[in-house]
Design a protein around this ligand. Structure first.
Ligand code: SF4
Length: 578
């Protein structure tokens, strides 16, 4: 009862900004594989739920990973996971549709199937009366392989056109037998059915080839929408419990023109697309009727938001985009804190990662912001990047020292300075996809080096460093192949959910792999190993419309400390995305 009561209280606290439908015959549960307050802050999840919800053939519901106290309650009583709105068992739906934005949530996806009493493996479910398990979202279109054994069908790419096509095909094929229906669903552009793709490993454990048995070609073309203005991506359901509960979120653009070589978003969403300014302003004004803060908007929105009496909340700003006008608009809107992401401390490292940002631009931006009333500064950096030396790591603390010195020289008040330090995680579809993650011990040493140099500054700096062990798990699920699924199933079976528990579980698996027990591949194989340039990569079957040679050439340029100019979509055709 306690679970239902909490769900009903949450539903009562929601404000739905679209007209709800009674729904059709196809029962679909749209699942966010993390807790409610994170799911409801995720624009991608809200957008895909709305697409399902608006289709006349579909009766949609939602489900979330239960909160920790709810999980304990469910386990203690042997209860089953149910949907959020109607309280239906997940096994009673026709389709369970996971929306996965973060690859670390792959573990939760498996745990949720387990809690729903649905057999984990596709093979065990085949031919039996279980829901079709599908998955989409940005994690999935980078590399779905770690969960390929648990999912019947993936939708690879942006969903605005693909999801309605999937629903239509599912609706039309209701009378077909299971295997025939799956072959028909496989023809939706962007659909990936892992059953048709069988990886074959060589004697050394490497991926030798993938045997294909489905219709058409063994390539999955990632879907993309060309005109963002045809679709609105903004808050659709507001709830105070969301981590962005005080904000109305609006998607201003998709992709990024800068091409930072570590950043998956800068490659997977190519080419960059913007929403029209009129459209954004209208959406922002609509948002101001609901909330005083507009989240995730672009710089061009500052005046419209200010005129509407609201406060603009920019996410991290690129330093060379901070103009005096923007600095003034942010200050006028009451911002006292700003986030800047130099990512690396030294000019050399910023050239290697293609940040296209000089030290003078960073110092100038900080000075401009501080001059306009911003007192608190948060800076994002990474450690463990390819080609990084200790001097580059020390340069992070030196850059903070220079920012503070510049502000003080201009008699600006310096309030709180915080540094967020993240270990480098190599991501598929980036020029650094072949690079290894540094050993956790080595990363701990680098973090300690930054900390010791920050302590020498004459200003208090808060250092928030992400755990190298968490980064290890993130790399495993980012770069793993289908064999990582067995590791995830084991972690889930042992209820290892917190980072420390996951790390202990991975250590046990490493020991078993070394002893040849359990059939596990050592996780280091996917994490701390540099992948060979000519190696078949687990995600190579996806066509992201970016040439592999282009990614390799960007990596070579990194090794020579050469930068690439930001995208100019009007003339450039170099990477294959335009
Ligand atoms: S073709 Fe050129 S402009 Fe287009 S995404 Fe690739 S690099 Fe950027």
């Amino acid at each position: 009862m306690f679970l239902r009561k909490r769900a009903l209280e949450r539903i009562a606290g929601e404000k739905v900004l679209f007209e709800r439908r009674r729904g059709g015959d196809i029962r679909i549960c749209v699942v966010y594989p993390n807790v409610y307050r994170l799911g409801m802050a995720n624009l991608g999840f809200q957008a895909v739920h709305h697409i399902f919800e608006s289709d006349p053939h579909v009766a949609a519901d939602r489900a979330f990973l239960p909160d920790p106290d709810e999980r304990a309650y469910i386990r203690a009583r042997g209860e089953r996971l149910v949907s959020f709105e109607r309280g239906q068992p997940l096994g009673a739906f026709d389709v369970i549709a996971f929306s996965v934005s973060f690859e670390t949530d792959y573990l939760n996806l498996i745990t949720m199937l387990r809690m729903a009493g649905i057999p984990l493996s596709r093979a065990e479910r085949a031919g039996r009366n279980y829901p079709l398990v599908i998955a989409g979202g940005s994690a999935v279109f980078l590399n779905p392989e770690p969960i390929a054994d648990f999912v019947d069908l993936f939708l690879i790419g942006e969903g605005e056109e693909m999801v309605p096509e999937f629903i239509a095909r599912f609706h039309e094929t209701g009378a077909l037998a299971g295997s025939e229906r799956m072959r028909a669903l496989a023809l939706v552009e962007g659909a990936y059915l892992p059953d048709y793709f069988a990886p074959v490993y060589d004697g050394a454990g490497g991926l030798a080839r993938v045997d294909y048995s489905g219709p058409g070609l063994p390539r999955v073309s990632r879907r993309l929408i060309h005109d963002l203005d045809r679709f609105t991506t903004a808050s659709l359901i507001l709830t105070p419990e969301s981590v962005f509960g005080d904000m109305y979120l609006v998607e201003a653009s998709r992709g990024c023109q800068w091409g930072c070589r570590f950043c998956a978003a800068g490659f997977m969403y190519r080419p960059i697309r913007y929403r029209g300014t009129d459209n954004l302003i209208a959406e922002s004004r609509r948002g101001l009727e609901e909330r005083g803060v507009i989240g995730l908007v672009g710089a061009e929105m500052a005046d419209a938001v200010a005129d509407g009496g609201g406060r603009l909340s920019p996410s991290s700003l690129k330093a060379d985009c901070i103009s005096p006008a923007l600095a003034a608009a942010l200050a006028r809107n009451g911002n006292r804190s700003v986030t800047v992401a130099p990512e690396a401390g030294s000019e050399r490292m910023r050239r290697i990662i293609n940040k296209n940002l000089t030290e003078e631009e960073i110092l100038g931006a900080a000075e401009m912001m501080m001059g306009e009333g911003v007192e608190n500064l948060k800076c994002y950096f990474m450690v463990g990047l390819p080609e990084e030396h200790d001097e580059d790591v020390v340069a992070i603390a030196e850059l903070i020292g220079k920012i503070v010195a510049r502000a003080r020289a201009q008699r600006r008040h310096v309030g709180r300075v915080s540094v967020s330090l993240n270990p480098f995680v190599p991501k598929p579809w980036t020029p650094f996809q072949w690079d290894a993650m540094r050993e956790p011990q080595e990363l701990k040493r680098k973090v300690a080096l930054v900390r010791s140099h920050l302590m020498r500054l004459d200003v208090g700096v808060e250092l928030d460093a992400e755990s190298p062990r968490e980064a290890y798990f993130q790399t495993l699920v980012s770069r793993g192949d289908r064999r990582v699924g067995a590791i995830l199933a084991r972690l889930s079976a042992e209820h290892r959910e917190l980072p420390g528990e996951i790390w202990q579980g991975l250590k046990a698996i490493k020991r078993e792999a070394a002893a040849g027990d359990g059939g596990f591949v050592d996780p280091d194989y996917f994490v701390t190993r540099e992948y060979a340039r000519d190696e078949l990569l687990p995600w190579d079957f996806i066509d992201h419309h970016i040439e592999k040679w282009f990614l390799a050439s960007e990596r070579k340029k990194a090794h020579h400390e050469r930068q690439t100019r930001p995208c100019d979509v009007t003339t450039c055709r170099v990477c294959g995305a335009c």
